[in-house]
Design a protein around this ligand. Structure first.
Ligand SMILES: [Zn+2]
Length: 674
C-alpha cells in the first residue's frame, strides 16, 4: 500500500492521520467480528463508538483518506454460513449514538434548520438491548424474517421467528399488501436469569447478557430449540419498502398496534426538544424497573417525507439518533478473592461480591484479571467497590471507594502455589500472567476437557462443564485421551445419569473418533496461540500430527508462521507429557483425517479486497487454506489472484494492475473453493 502512495510529499500531520485511520479501521474491524460473528465483544459499546467517532472525524477532515472498505462505509459483520441470506429491500442502517443533552439539542436544532422549520414533531422510543429483525408480511401472511446481518443482507430466520408467540402468522384488518417491518427480539431480565440457570444445569452454553441470549436463540439451526427460549418482540418500524405506508412514523406505530403487532407502551410523540428531554430523564429513572433491558432512547423525526430529505451519512440515517444512558454502576463489597486456574494454567484472581443487581442482571463475581490490575486499582478483601456493567461486556471494577475503608481490609496476593495441584506458580518476565506449569493439573485438565469437547473442536455433544467437573474430580479422566475409554456404566455410576443420556454421550464420543478431522484435533489440543484459522493452516501445511510434532520452531518459521506462534507450538510438542498424550490418543484409535477438499489453490497466494457477499473474510481464508493456498494481506508480485468483492480498495486494485495480478470476482472464487 505504502509503495504506491507518495507519502513523502504529504504534510506530517496528514501522514499521521492516515496511519491513525488505518489503525482504527483494523481495530474496529476486529471488534465488529467479535461482536457480530463471535457474539463475544471485548469492549463496551461506548468505547467502540468512541473509536468509530475518532475515525469519522479524521475522514471528515481529510475526505480523500476515506477508503471504500472503511467500517464507516459499512454497518456490520457478514452473515454466517449455515443460513440462507436474505437481502433487505432497504438497508438496515445503524443509528448514530450520542451521550449528552447538548448533543441531543444540537441534533434537533440542525435538523429543523435543514428542514426550514421552527419546530418539528419527533418520536421517542426505548432502545432495547436485543436483536434487530426484519419481517415481511405479504397480503397479511408472514413470509419472511431475517437478522440485521451486515445491514445489506441478513440470515433467513423465518422458521425461528415463527416460534415466537408474540409474532402473528397472519394479520387481520386493512393490511398493506407488502408490509416490511422491523423490530427487536429480546428476553426479559428474569426469564434470562432462569434460562441461564437451566443452561448451566444442563452443562450447556450460558450467555453474558439477555441480548446475546436473544441473538443466539434466533441463530439456532433447529427452530425447535428457539421455540423453547423465552423470546419477545417489540415492533418499531414500517420500512419504505412497504407499499402504502402512512405519512408519519407515529401513524406507522398506530397502524402496527391496530394490526395486532406488539409495540412499546412508552413510545411518545413530542413537539419540542424540551418535552423529549424530560421524557428521556423519566425513562432513565424507569430503566431499572422495566422487565427488559434498555440502554437508551431512540428519537426519530416523525414526518416520513422528511427522511429522504435528511438522507444518510456514514451508514446512519440522519433523521434518527440514539441517546444512550450512562453505563450502570453500583457499589458493593468484596467478600473474598480467589485464584481460578484456566486451560493454559493462567491464574486469574476473581472477586466474590455481595451480589448486586445491575440493570437487572445479578453480579456476584468479577474478574480482577491479574496481580498488576489488583495492585493498580488497590483492590483489597472487604473493600467497597464500584462495579460497572455496560450491557454487553463482562462487569468490571471501576474503582475502590477508599473513603469507606475501615482499616480491616486485607491485601491480596496471588498464591505462589497452584490452588488446585500445589505446583509452584511461574511468571515469565515479559508476561503479566502467572501460570500453573503442571500440564496434568486438575483445574487445567477440566478446562482442557471442555475445550477439547467443544463444538469448534472435537464436537462431543453432552460433554459440558458439569460432566467435565465430575469426570476430573473423580479421577476418571486424567488426560483428554481418557475420554475415549469412557463406558456408559462409568457415566451412570459417577453421575447417576439415565441410561439414555449416558448412551447418547458414549455415541457422540464414538462419532468424534470416527469423524476426527486434523484441524479440529490440532485446535482441540489447546496449544497456546493456536486458534481455529491457524489450526486449519497448520493441518494443511503439515498434513499429519506426526509431521507437525516433528517440526521445530525453525521449521515452523520457515513454513511462514510467526516467531511467537512457532516457538509456542514447538514447545508444546517438545513437552514429554504432551507426547504421552498424543500417543494415548493414537492408541485410542484417533486417526484424524486432513479435511482438504482439494488442491485447487496449491501454493497459490490470494488477496482479498472489498466486501464478500456470501462469506466473511475469516471463512474465505479458511476456504483458501483448505485448497492448499495462502492468503496475503496486500498485493505484491508474489500474489496470484486478487478476489474483488463489493467496494474494492484502491490500493490493492492499483497494485494488482502494477504487478499484472489476475483479478477474479467473488463468484469465480466460490467456484474454485466450492
Ligand atoms: Zn495446578
Amino acid at each position: 500500500m505504502r509503495a504506491i502512495r507518495n507519502t513523502n510529499s504529504e504534510a506530517p500531520e496528514k501522514a499521521r492521520a492516515r496511519r491513525r485511520a488505518a489503525a482504527l479501521r483494523r481495530r474496529i474491524e476486529d471488534h465488529d467480528h467479535r461482536y457480530y460473528v463471535l457474539d463475544a465483544p471485548v469492549i463496551s459499546d461506548a468505547k467502540y463508538d468512541e473509536l468509530k467517532r475518532e475515525l469519522l472525524a479524521i475522514e471528515e477532515r481529510y475526505p480523500d483518506l476515506v477508503t471504500p472498505d472503511s467500517p464507516t462505509q459499512r454497518v456490520g459483520g457478514a452473515p454466517r454460513a449455515g443460513f440462507v441470506t436474505i437481502r433487505h429491500e432497504t438497508p438496515m442502517l445503524s443509528i448514530q449514538s450520542i451521550w449528552t443533552e447538548d448533543e441531543f439539542r444540537r441534533f434537533y436544532e440542525t435538523r429543523m434548520k435543514e428542514l426550514g422549520r421552527k419546530s418539528c414533531a419527533i418520536v421517542g422510543e426505548p432502545k432495547y438491548d436485543g436483536a434487530s429483525v426484519e419481517l415481511i408480511y405479504d397480503n397479511g401472511v408472514l413470509v419472511s424474517a431475517s437478522t440485521r446481518g451486515d445491514g445489506a443482507s441478513g440470515e433467513d430466520i423465518t422458521a425461528n421467528v415463527r416460534t415466537i408467540r408474540e409474532v402473528p402468522w397472519r394479520l387481520r384488518g386493512r393490511v398493506p399488501p407488502h408490509l416490511v417491518l422491523r423490530g427487536e427480539v429480546y428476553m426479559n431480565k428474569k426469564e434470562f436469569d432462569a434460562f441461564n440457570r437451566r443452561q448451566e444445569d444442563l452443562g450447556a452454553k450460558t450467555f453474558a447478557n439477555p441480548r446475546n441470549a436473544a441473538a443466539g436463540s434466533l441463530r439456532q439451526l433447529d427452530p425447535k430449540i428457539t421455540a423453547k427460549r423465552p423470546l419477545h418482540i417489540f415492533f418499531w418500524e414500517i420500512t419504505p419498502a412497504t407499499r402504502g405506508r402512512p405519512a408519519s412514523h407515529w401513524q406507522c406505530l398506530e397502524l402496527m398496534k391496530a394490526l395486532g403487532l406488539k409495540t412499546n407502551p412508552y413510545v411518545r410523540r413530542f413537539e419540542s426538544a424540551d418535552e423529549a428531554v424530560e421524557w428521556f430523564e423519566q425513562m432513565k429513572r424507569r430503566r431499572e424497573r422495566l422487565p427488559y433491558e434498555i440502554d437508551g432512547c431512540v428519537f426519530k423525526i416523525d414526518a416520513l417525507a422528511d427522511h429522504p430529505r435528511l438522507g444518510t451519512r456514514a451508514a446512519s440515517p440522519r433523521w434518527s439518533i440514539a441517546w444512550k444512558f450512562p453505563p450502570l454502576q453500583k457499589s458493593t463489597r468484596v467478600r473474598s478473592i480467589e485464584a481460578y486456574v484456566g486451560r493454559t494454567g493462567a491464574l486469574t484472581p476473581v472477586a466474590t461480591l455481595d451480589p448486586v443487581h445491575i440493570g437487572g442482571v445479578e453480579v456476584a463475581h468479577v474478574t480482577l484479571h491479574n496481580q498488576d490490575e489488583i495492585d493498580r486499582k488497590d483492590v483489597r478483601i472487604g473493600d467497597a467497590v464500584l462495579i460497572e456493567r455496560a450491557g454487553d461486556v463482562i462487569p468490571h471494577v471501576v474503582q475502590v471507594v477508599k473513603e469507606r475503608r475501615s482499616g480491616r481490609e486485607r491485601r491480596y496476593r496471588l498464591p505462589r502455589q497452584c490452588p488446585v495441584c500445589s505446583s509452584r506458580v511461574v511468571r515469565l518476565t515479559d508476561e503479566v500472567v502467572a501460570r500453573c506449569p503442571n500440564t496434568s493439573c486438575p483445574a487445567r485438565l477440566r478446562e482442557a476437557v471442555i475445550h477439547f469437547a467443544s463444538t469448534e473442536a472435537m464436537d462431543i455433544r453432552g460433554l459440558g462443564e458439569k460432566l467435565a467437573d465430575q469426570l476430573v474430580a473423580k479421577g476418571v479422566v486424567k488426560n483428554i485421551a481418557d475420554i475415549y475409554d469412557l463406558k456408559a456404566q462409568d457415566l451412570r455410576r459417577l453421575t447417576r445419569m439415565g441410561d439414555k443420556s449416558a448412551a447418547n454421550i458414549i455415541a457422540s464420543i464414538k462419532r468424534s473418533r470416527q469423524n476426527a478431522k486434523l484441524d479440529r484435533l490440532i485446535f482441540g489440543l489447546g496449544i497456546p496461540h493456536v486458534g481455529r484459522a491457524l489450526a486449519v493452516d497448520l493441518a494443511s501445511r503439515f498434513g499429519s500430527i506426526g509431521r507437525l510434532a516433528a517440526a521445530d520452531a525453525q521449521a515452523l518459521r520457515r513454513a511462514g508462521f510467526g516467531t511467537v506462534v512457532s516457538s509456542a507450538i514447538a514447545q508444546w510438542f517438545a513437552d514429554a507429557s504432551n507426547q504421552r498424550l498424543l500417543k494415548r490418543l493414537q492408541q485410542a484409535g484417533l486417526r484424524p483425517k486432513l479435511e482438504r477438499k482439494g488442491s485447487r489453490l496449491q501454493d497459490r497466494t490470494l488477496a482479498f479486497t472489498g466486501t464478500l457477499e456470501h462469506m466473511s473474510r475469516e471463512q474465505a481464508k479458511e476456504a483458501v487454506l483448505r485448497q492448499g493456498g495462502r492468503v496475503a494481506g496486500s498485493v505484491s508480485r508474489n500474489t496470484d489472484y486478487l478476489v474483488v468483492g463489493a467496494g474494492p480498495g484502491g490500493a490493492k486494485t492499483a497494485a494488482a494492475r502494477k504487478y499484472g495480478t489476475k483479478t477474479i470476482s467473488e463468484k469465480e472464487f466460490l467456484r474454485i473453493v466450492a
